[in-house]
Design a binder for this molecule. Structure first.
Ligand code: AMP
Length: 550
């Protein structure tokens, strides 16, 4: 029997209309570095997005599912692009401005981008690439920055504000199939070519609803979210669409991502929520330790993208800021889990739940798979690779304009689940604890050592600012851990034996304690601010690290 319910497509167009009307008074505030930030209401954003759609169609010829790329910071114009491009039936392609230029060019060519909207301050990155980007027909420049490099380039150049001025504020939005492509994002690709994930209208709509649920980020129109996670990193974790759905005010840092301006904007604008990777929170903590600011408005902060050291959570608890741990991937839109403890627990009882990666929402099904492909129980002990499926989880990678979508065996199971490459355990009550990336786990004498567990324990030491542990080849054991540590400013001279004892005292088994140690100036980071362990492994292999063996 068929249902009697209406079959209304779940589209970004609906999110745009809803936000600009029902939540027309909500605001997007963009930091400018001037005395006053730039403020614009959702109603104005909606009107400007409508004018942008008219301009893209009438002036630039975007009339189907062409890819419109953005090379932009987090700001209100970028939100306009997020809403206009998918709603008109085209595909928003956010470009990661921290990628090496050759990878960026590869991605633009693979996606066959026709238009790129670029912030003026990022032109020095784009202009030298243009001779290698034959598909780009139009460049739309937005915001401050020197335009002189654009003289004589092949694509047509437009000024964003001039382009959208005097355009109609209505648009005949097409009736879209909710399964159609709305946006795309390439994985940061530590090995091989980057892989394109293509989000549908439906996946964005459902993911936005989940983001706003109380068991996830729990945002409403009473909130202001500081969106530090870049709009090019999994659509800023879905926030621009989710906020438009619920009228959540946005605070956008633009290019002012250093700890000092971030602390200033929090103290001044008093956001109630924020989202960023651990590196950002580490930097901000050092800043407010040196120059105190009031961060207490942020009752609820989402931290993810890499494991959050428990010591960082504790430090923020003392500042009156509660970090809530989340796990996700480009392939999962990204919301996969969030670590809200179950009801009815004291602060002390909540702690073991808070340091996990969290619980799965109803839209994300999970299973653990052992090395031989066997299903493992949720007993809090059996460690295996996490596989997930659900309506906002990727089923394939983009195969290029004429190609079939790709389903590599190491990323998708035969029965259609995403193989995350993350290794962990799940407790009987459904909380996920990741112990490692499959490729980072240290395989020592047939046993596994979790690099993340060692890092978390080391980062709890008062002299240690950051620590990254990688597997290095060992004649006797196959692999052993190498601990690289960044010391805090003014820390006493390194005593590796003392660090090793500290690890033992914090409960690390004796056979897991590293014997190779190195002090480094900074942990190398990927384009989205995560520890880049392959760089450390390479530095070790090439003898570039000063290693002490105990
Ligand atoms: P990306 O697609 O660049 O966002 O990277 C996704 C990967 O980041 C995941 O597969 C995990 O390995 C890692 N990751 C994300 N969130 C967490 C977390 N809370 N704890 C540990 N690793 C995480």
């Amino acid at each position: 029997m068929l249902s009697t319910m209406q079959d209304v497509p779940l589209t970004v167009t609906r999110i745009l209309h809803h936000g600009m009307t029902i939540h027309g008074k909500s605001q997007v505030t963009t930091w400018t570095g001037e005395p006053e930030p730039h403020r614009v209401t959702f109603a104005e954003i909606g009107a400007r997005a409508t004018r942008l759609a008219n301009a893209l169609r009438d002036e630039l010829g975007v009339d189907g599912d062409q890819r419109v790329a953005t090379l932009m910071w987090n700001n209100s114009a970028h939100v306009e692009a997020y809403l206009a491009i998918p709603s008109m039936g085209a595909v928003l392609h956010t470009l990661n401005l921290r990628l090496p230029p050759e990878q960026l060019a590869w991605i633009v060519n693979h996606a066959d981008d026709k238009v790129v909207i670029v912030n003026g301050s990022l032109l020095p990155l784009l202009v030298p690439l243009l001779p290698h980007l034959p598909s780009i027909e139009h460049i739309v420049v937005c915001g401050p920055g020197d335009r002189s490099g654009l003289a004589g380039v092949a694509p047509r150049v437009h000024e964003y504000e001039e382009l959208i001025a005097d355009r109609p504020t209505t648009y005949d939005w097409p009736e879209l199939d909710e399964r159609q492509a709305a946006a795309m994002c390439y994985t940061s690709g530590t090995t091989g070519d980057p892989k394109g994930v293509v989000y549908s209208h439906r996946s964005i709509y459902l993911h936005s609803m989940q983001v706003n649920m109380t068991e996830s980020m729990g945002l409403t129109d009473k909130d202001t979210t500081l969106v530090v996670v870049p709009q090019f990193h999994v659509n800023a974790w879905g926030l621009p669409h989710a906020t438009f759905m619920s009228g959540v005010n946005m605070l956008m840092p633009d290019r002012f991502l250093q700890p000092a301006p971030l602390a200033d904007m929090i103290e001044r604008e008093r956001p109630t929520h924020a989202a960023a990777v651990p590196t950002i929170w580490q930097g901000l903590l050092a800043e407010v330790t040196a120059n105190p600011r009031d961060l207490t408005s942020m009752a609820n902060v989402t931290i993810g993208g890499a494991a959050c050291p428990p010591s960082l959570m504790e430090a923020y608890d003392k500042l009156g800021v509660r970090l809530c741990h989340a796990w996700g991937m480009t392939e999962t839109s990204p919301l996969g889990t969030m670590a809200h403890p179950p009801a009815g627990l004291s602060d002390e009882e909540q702690w073991p739940y808070r340091v996990t990666q969290g619980r799965f929402p109803a839209g994300v099904e999970a299973r653990l798979v052992g090395p031989g492909g066997e299903r493992l129980p949720w007993d809090g002990e059996s460690a295996g690779e996490l596989e997930v499926r659900g309506p906002w989880i990727a089923a394939a990678y983009y195969g290029g304009a004429d190609g079939e979508h790709l389903r590599p065996e190491d990323k998708f199971s035969e029965d259609g689940w995403l193989k995350t490459g993350d290794v962990g355990v799940i407790s009987t009550d459904g909380f996920l604890t990741l112990t490692d990336r499959a490729k980072d786990v240290i395989k020592s004498g047939g046993e596994w050592i979790s690099s993340v567990e060692l890092e978390n324990a080391l980062m709890a030491h008062p002299d240690v600012a950051e620590a990254a542990v990688v597997a290095v080849p060992d004649e006797k054991w196959g692999e052993r851990p190498l601990a690289t540590v960044v010391l805090k400013e003014g820390a006493a001279e390194t005593d590796y034996e003392a660090l090793k004892s500290f690890l033992a005292e914090s409960g690390i088994a004796k056979w897991q304690l590293p014997e190779r140690w190195s002090v480094i100036d900074a942990v190398p980071k990927t384009s989205v601010g995560k520890f880049d362990k392959k760089v450390i492994r390479k530095q070790y292999a090439e003898g570039e690290l000063d290693v002490t063996q105990l």
